[in-house]
Design a protein around this ligand. Structure first.
Ligand code: CP
Length: 316
């Protein structure tokens, strides 16, 4: 069994073998996307609830597509039209949904630790779709999948993560996943966007962008979280772009094979110039495609799916 657990809450708690096992299964699901019918019947009769308390485009639609491609029954929860508006707590809301006999809850919430909390109070599986600035494990997995497709084994590879590390759940999940798979991670950004404990996570810290990108195999560019605290941690978007934006001038410093990732949504011409965002080095939409496959794999494995039964095709 690849995932001997009820929930996926973060990459911090996964072993390298579990991460690699998920990525292998995701590759099998990715293969069906090129067929005329992109759907398999393996989750028929299972019910999944998507509980999103924060805005999302990619993650919400990607989970919904993953569930549909696995033939699960799905329910989408809308916080704005729910009884949360009448003062109901997260726990009561989730327990009432679980009491309707659902198999799995996918949750995005602004509070770090909210997915861990839900996993303790519910018997059904919980997948963390992003909890505040803590973790975004399926984003981390889809990033690893995209890197592995291009680089193969990630041991010894150099990944530079640029931007607002302190507020980024994507950075944390990437750092946990990459270091477990043996990659070297450098983080780069303004000192005001660097968490105090970042070295403890096994990363190198570099405040000079040009030095940080010079030997990278991959650049992963983070969104500046304008809605959180950006205005207090650097003087202007223009200033940020000048100091830490990935522009054609920066791309000229990269190794020829280095490619550029971004989890989205992008702030064009803040953390990344439009030329680079649309240029030949970026793999941003490959990441999005892989996201559906990774989420199919996680849902399937947490539901007790047997990867052995997928050999010979994901619809076996
Ligand atoms: N990458 C990501 O989590 O995007 P969304 O916020 O659109 O889901």
């Amino acid at each position: 069994m690849i995932l001997k657990r009820k929930d996926l809450l973060g990459l911090e708690e996964l072993a390298a073998e579990e991460i690699l096992g998920i990525l292998d299964v995701a590759e099998q699901f990715r293969a069906i996307f090129d067929r005329p019918v992109r759907k398999v019947p393996i989750m028929r009769g299972r019910t999944v609830v998507n509980l999103f308390f924060e805005p999302s485009t990619r993650t919400r639609i990607s989970f919904e597509l993953a569930e549909k491609r696995l033939s699960a029954d799905i329910v989408n929860f809308s916080a704005s039209t729910s009884s949360l508006k009448k003062g109901e707590t997260l726990r009561d809301t989730a327990e009432n949904i679980a009491a309707m006999r659902v198999d799995m809850i996918i949750m995005r919430h602004s509070s770090p630790g909210s997915a861990h909390y839900l996993s303790r109070v519910l018997d059904c599986s919980v997948i963390n779709a992003g909890d505040g600035a803590h973790e975004h494990p399926t984003q981390g997995l889809l990033d690893l999948m995209t890197m592995r497709q291009r680089l193969g084994d990630l041991r010894g590879r150099r990944v530079t993560i640029v931007g607002d590390i302190a507020h980024s759940r994507v950075a944390r999940s990437n750092i946990w996943g990459l270091t477990k798979l043996g990659a070297h991670v450098t983080v780069c950004g303004p000192p005001t966007m660097m968490p105090a404990d970042v070295r403890r996570l096994g990363t190198k810290v570099e405040t000079d962008l040009r030095r940080a990108v010079a030997d990278a195999d991959v650049l992963n560019i983070l969104r500046v979280q304008l809605e959180r605290q950006a205005r207090s941690v650097f003087s202007s978007n223009r200033e940020y772009h000048r100091m830490f934006g990935i522009t054609e001038d920066i791309v000229r410093l990269l190794k020829p094979e280095c490619f550029i990732m971004h989890p989205g949504p992008m702030n064009r011409d803040v953390e990344i110039s439009s030329e680079v965002a649309d240029g030949p080095r970026q793999v941003i939409l490959e990441q999005v495609t892989n996201g559906v496959a990774v989420r199919m794999a996680v849902i399937y494995l947490l539901s007790g799916g047997d990867p052995g039964s997928l050999r010979g095709g994901a619809d076996a």
